[in-house]
Ligand binder design. Sequence first.
Ligand code: BEZ
Length: 211
Amino acid sequence: MSTIRLGDEAPNFTAETTEGKINFHEWLGDSWGILFSHPADYTPVCTTELGAAAKYKGEFDKRNVKVMALSVDGLQSHKDWIGDIEETQGTAVNFPIIADEDRKVSSLYDMIHPNSNDKLTVRSVFVIGPDKKVKLIITYPASTGRNFDELLRVIDSLQLTAYHKVATPVNWKYGDDCVISPAVSNEQAKDLFPKGFKEVKPYLRMTPQPV
Ligand code: BEZ
């Protein structure tokens, strides 16, 4: 078990998945990645989550994001459960699910929390950048299904920061004004943000979303 913090390199691994043996870093290539764990196959909340993740493929593709799921169940269990997900959620599962029976990956990513259950993974989410660095970590309890709209919102924010040097304020939604990073001077901001910016305070400068 290791503690992973924002900015750390996402630990690499090779794992058996529903799409064959995958080396994580090679599979990521130049993409952004979401690695997320669910407590167990054949459970209700997980069934809805994996269906939702599959339905968001178009949104993930637009953002150059690859998705990989994980639980400590075996490969055959995953493959059989996928049939149920397809039947009940009305979508094909279009991303690999790691069969982490030996808990190698879940230990590497600290996805098993003994205070919750020492045999199952919690609902962990790791967003990983094309530089293989961890950009976001969120942990949910087993009883709360994730909000994939929120994951897309965060990825949009992370990509605006990575590519356009802006941050996003409270409750930001795609298309809302963004915040100029304090590291950018007003002189630089004039070049960087041709749509202009408003200086509310010297430390609080707003600009229309760059793209
Ligand atoms: C579920 O996915 O529905 C679930 C899994 C473990 C505990 C509670 C709910």
